[in-house]
Ligand binder design. Structure first.
Ligand code: NIG
Ligand code: FE
Length: 405
C-alpha cells in the first residue's frame, strides 16, 4: 500500500534536470512507500494509480510548492550558551580574530561546552534540530570542536549520535578537534594531541564520518591541517577543510590535494584554487550567512559556477552565525552572491548532499529518492529565497512520515 500521497501541488521541484538547473512539474502529485518516492508526476496520472483515499496519509497541497528537504552540509549546531555580547562587539568594529585572540569566540563556546553535561548537549541540539526541521531541513551535518580536549570532543560526538537517534532530521557527524588552538597551548603541541589521542579515541567511539580542520592564518597552517586530515583518513574519517575564510593560505589546494569531500567558506579563493577543486571533484560549500554576519565580502559563487563547480550552500549555524534557515541562506546566495533561485535550490539539495557523500538521489524527489520534502506556502520554489526573512515551510515529510506541520 502507498503510505503517503500528496496531490494537487501547484509545483513539485523534483531536482536538477538534464539541461535545466531544476526540473519542476506543475499541478503535481507524489506517492511514497517504505520511506521512498515511488511515483511523481501530474496529479491525475499519479492519483489514478495511487488514490489518496487508499493511502495511510494524504495531503491536499493546492496552492503550494513542494521542494526536496534541504540538506545543510556545514554547521556547528552543538554548543552551549550564546555569544550575543560578541554580536554587539562586532557591530562596534571588533573583528572575529580580535575576539578569538582575547579568549572569546570559539574559546568562549569551548568553556561553556566543557561545563555542559552530555544530557544538556543532547537537549540543546534537539532544540536546534526542531527549528531546522521547521525551516525545511531534513539532513544536517554537525561538527564537534567546542571541546578541544579528548573527553569533551568525545562527549560532543556522543551527544550528536544520541540526538540523531532521537530526532527525525538525519545528522551527519564530523570530528573537528582542530577547530582552534586551546588557550595557553602551542599549536604544534595541540596538533600532536589531536592526531595521537583525539582522532584514535573518536575513531574507536566510531561515530564521526568526516574530519574537518580550521586551516586559517593564526589557527592551523596548511602543514598542520594536512597532518590532521591524513591521520583522520587513516582512522576512517573523510577530510573536509575550512579554507580561505579570513585569509588566503592554501587550504583550498590542500582540499584538492587530499581529495577532500568539500572545501568550505572560500571567501578568498582564487580562480586557480577553484580549478583545482573542480579537477579533484571537491564540492565548494559556501556559507553566505557567515559573510553576512562578519560584514565580509561574499564568496565568488558566480565565478565558481562559471568554472563548472557544483556549488553547495550551508547555514554554518553556530554561535557566531545564528541562523537555522536554509531559506535565508538561499536569499543571501541570491542577493549577496547573485545565484539564481534554481542554483540556490540545487546548492541546498543535490550539491549539498554531494558535500556529505550522500547518494545521488538524496536532495531530489525522483523515483526511489528518500521521501524527504517540504511543502511551502507559495506556488513556486522561487519564493523561498524571494520572500526573505519569512519561513514559508508549512509541512515537512521525512522518510515518508509527516514530521512537522
Ligand atoms: O565555520 N571558522 C570556524 N568555524 C566556524 C565558526 C565557529 C565559531 O565561531 O564558533 C565557521 O564559521
Ligand atoms: Fe565552520
Amino acid at each position: 500500500m502507498t503510505d503517503f500521497v500528496l496531490y494537487d501541488a501547484a509545483e513539485i521541484a523534483v531536482g536538477p534536470g538534464v539541461d535545466e538547473p531544476i526540473e519542476t512539474i506543475e499541478d503535481a502529485a507524489i506517492a511514497v512507500a517504505d520511506g521512498e518516492v515511488v511515483a511523481v508526476g501530474p496529479t491525475d496520472e499519479i492519483t489514478r494509480e495511487h488514490p489518496p483515499e487508499n493511502a495511510a496519509d494524504s495531503l491536499d497541497a493546492s496552492g503550494n510548492a513542494v521542494v526536496p528537504g534541504f540538506v545543510d552540509p556545514h554547521t556547528h549546531a552543538l554548543f552551549a550558551g550564546d555569544r550575543s555580547d560578541e554580536f554587539e562587539a562586532k557591530l562596534r568594529g571588533k573583528t572575529y580574530q580580535e575576539i578569538l585572540a582575547d579568549g572569546g569566540g570559539i574559546l568562549k563556546s569551548v568553556r561553556a561546552v566543557r561545563e555542559a553535561s552530555e544530557d544538556e548537549l543532547v537537549s540543546n541540539l534537539l532544540g536546534h534540530l526542531d527549528t531546522m526541521l521547521a525551516h525545511g531541513t531534513t539532513t544536517v551535518e554537525v561538527k564537534s570542536g567546542y571541546g578541544l580536549d579528548t573527553e569533551t570532543e568525545l562527549r560532543m560526538l556522543a551527544a550528536t549520535g544520541r540526538a540523531d537517534e532521537q530526532h527525525p532530521v538525519d545528522v551527519v557527524p564530523t570530528f573537528m578537534g582542530a577547530h582552534a588552538v586551546p588557550q595557553g597551548r602551542d599549536a604544534d603541541d595541540y596538533v600532536d594531541e589531536v592526531c595521537e589521542e583525539q582522532i584514535p579515541a573518536a575513531a574507536e567511539q566510531g561515530i564521526a564520518t568526516f574530519c574537518d580542520v580550521f586551516c586559517e592564518e593564526g589557527v592551523f597552517s596548511v602543514e598542520q591541517s594536512r597532518r590532521v586530515l591524513k591521520v583522520g583518513r587513516e582512522h576512517g574519517m573523510t577530510p573536509k577543510v575550512h579554507a580561505e575564510e579570513l585569509a588566503h593560505i592554501g587550504g583550498t589546494k590542500l582540499a584538492a590535494e587530499l581529495g577532500a569531500t568539500s572545501a568550505d567558506h572560500l571567501l578568498h579563493s582564487t580562480e586557480e584554487d577553484v580549478d583545482a577543486l573542480v579537477e579533484a571533484d571537491v564540492i565548494p560549500v559556501l556559507l553566505p550567512g557567515t559573510a553576512f554576519g562578519l560584514g565580509a565580502e561574499y564568496a565568488d559563487a558566480r565565478g565558481m559556477l562559471d568554472q563548472g563547480a557544483p556549488v553547495a550552500i550551508a547555514t554554518d549555524f553556530n554561535p557566531n552565525c545564528h541562523s537555522h534557515s536554509m531559506g535565508f541562506a538561499q536569499s543571501l546566495a541570491c542577493v549577496g552572491m547573485r545565484m539564481t533561485p534554481a542554483e540556490a535550490l540545487r546548492a541546498s539539495t543535490t550539491n549539498a548532499a554531494a558535500a556529505l557523500d550522500l547518494g545521488a538521489r538524496t536532495g531530489t524527489l525522483r523515483e526511489r529518492a528518500p521521501a524527504d520534502f517540504a511543502v511551502v506556502d507559495a506556488p513556486s520554489f522561487r519564493h523561498v529565497p524571494y520572500q526573505y526573512g519569512t519561513n514559508l515551510v508549512e509541512t515537512v515529510v521525512k522518510a515518508g512520515e509527516r514530521v512537522h506541520g
